[in-house]
Ligand binder design. Sequence first.
Ligand code: FES
Ligand code: FES
Length: 156
Amino acid sequence: MPTIQFQLNGAAMAVDADPDQTLLEVLRGRLGVTGPHFGCGAGECGACHVMIGDRAMASCDMPMWSVAGKDVVTIEGLGTAEQPHPLQRAFISEQAMQCGYCVAGILISAAALLKRNPSPTEAEVRTALDRNLCRCGSHNRMVRAVLRAASEMAAT
Ligand code: FES
Ligand code: FES
């Protein structure tokens, strides 16, 4: 199997992997990075989102060959329990999570949005989260949390 090199949450990675295996399989099954979740497996629900550059992308249908040389960020790279990302703080403040299954993917979509657009409108937040499904119906609180994080980040 070829060795595929990429950056993961700021660290250099070299993984021997089938080039057709998905990034999600490698993250969860090989590297123990379990923040991105398996939902639909078809690029439709956002549970597996990772950030590449300033874009949130589904890792469940991303072959490893396409990851070579990329800079991949998962929820594990966003913040820590000791130093949470402003989005993570805002999600807690707004009580924006119920079961939590979708949240890692939603936080990644929101983080990518704030990278591209630090002061989004509510409509822009809704559009950015449009590809993320939440079966618990927490979207309104999540949108409030993203707007809260954006204003906190603008104030610092
Ligand atoms: S599991 Fe990847 S988009 Fe649903
Ligand atoms: S919080 Fe349960 S699926 Fe979103």
